[in-house]
Design a protein around this ligand. Structure first.
Ligand SMILES: NC(=O)C1=CN([C@@H]2O[C@H](COP(=O)(O)OP(=O)(O)OC[C@H]3O[C@@H](n4cnc5c(N)ncnc54)[C@H](OP(=O)(O)O)[C@@H]3O)[C@@H](O)[C@H]2O)C=CC1
Ligand SMILES: O=C(O)[C@@H]1CCC=N1
Length: 265
């Protein structure tokens, strides 16, 4: 089975790295990338073959990791080489399986996926949705592209925009919070490298507690919050600044942008 990845930017590389980490033979992976320097970099780093998109399109499974705005042109480019029964996985935000199916030959099995960048370190989270003609075996093939780099779940396609707002874009919110905490630590007088190390390990420890204790986050938060203590003083300020409301509004904007991308650019 040959897999092609078309568009080897941040997400394309994350999925490629996951496949290699999961034990896929590099000789079974083709990369279609329009920037020759980037293609050469990945060929050297992972031992994969870099080919034009039209050649990549004949692989058994084709993963499209170009920007949503580049998807229409890419599909026009590869459609003549696609055939019924092939599996076509798109990770483009917003783009529906129905629209992709309308751009490719009938019978191509289209799967829409929304991964995230922690796939690069084997800790990704991806949501997948089947198009109109995807068998269980074809779905399993699509899932195997993402499960090598973390977890993958199947969700109804109408929930893809919400999933994008939670896990697709989610890592960016976490990194934003990390930046804010490091800056605040520096303002409080800590050296930047010390503040960074403190925040990184605190984040890692808190994420590990969430995963391993399976306890509700509000309970874990209360365990930190001594009555009349330091944490209570900090959390009161977060509430005063409307941080919860800001997350709600930010994630609604993310969902809405995903819906907009479905329509065009
Ligand atoms: N980054 C993320 O966290 C996530 C991204 N996604 C989705 O993944 C997709 C890619 O995003 P991301 O990796 O961030 O974007 P990047 O811009 O990093 O990667 C896209 C890559 O595709 C290349 N490309 C564009 N058109 C073609 C083409 N016709 N043939 C070959 N290569 C092409 C681009 O080249 P060039 O630089 O010349 O444009 C670029 O290298 C998007 O659709 C996005 O919605 C999904 C989940 C998470
Ligand atoms: O920002 C974006 O549009 C992409 C999709 C999800 C994460 N990054």
């Amino acid at each position: 089975m040959v897999t092609a990845i078309i568009g080897a930017g941040v997400m394309g590389e994350a999925i490629l790295a996951g496949l290699i980490r999961a034990g896929r033979d590099a000789s079974t992976i083709l990369v279609g990338e329009r920037r020759p320097d980037r293609g050469a970099e990945l060929a050297q780093k992972y031992g994969v073959k870099v080919v034009p998109n039209v050649e990549a399109a004949v692989a058994d499974t084709v993963l499209l990791a170009v920007k949503p705005q580049d998807l229409a042109a890419t599909l026009i480019d590869i459609a003549p080489n696609l055939r019924a029964g092939q599996v076509l996985v798109s990770v483009a935000a917003g783009k529906s399986t129905a629209w992709i199916e309308s751009q490719v030959p009938a019978g191509v099995a289209v799967v829409r996926a929304m991964p995230n960048t922690p796939a690069l370190v084997g800790e990704g989270m991806a949501g997948l949705s089947r198009g109109s003609s995807v068998t269980d075996a074809q779905y399993a093939e699509a899932e195997s592209l993402l499960s090598g780099s973390g977890q993958a779940i199947e969700i109804p396609e109408y929930q893809q925009d919400a999933l994008t707002a939670v896990s697709g874009s989610g890592p960016a919110y976490v990194f934003y919070v990390v930046e804010a905490m490091v800056e605040a630590g520096v303002q409080l007088g800590l050296a930047r490298d010390v503040a960074t190390a403190l925040v990184q390990q605190t984040l890692y420890g808190a994420a590990t507690m969430l995963r391993e204790t399976r306890t509700h986050p509000s309970v874990l938060r209360e365990q930190v919050t001594s009555p009349g203590g330091t944490t209570a003083a900090a959390l009161r300020k977060l509430d005063e600044h409307g941080v919860r409301a800001a997350f709600s509004s930010a994630m609604e904007a993310c969902r809405d942008r995903s819906r907009e991308l479905a329509q065009g650019s």
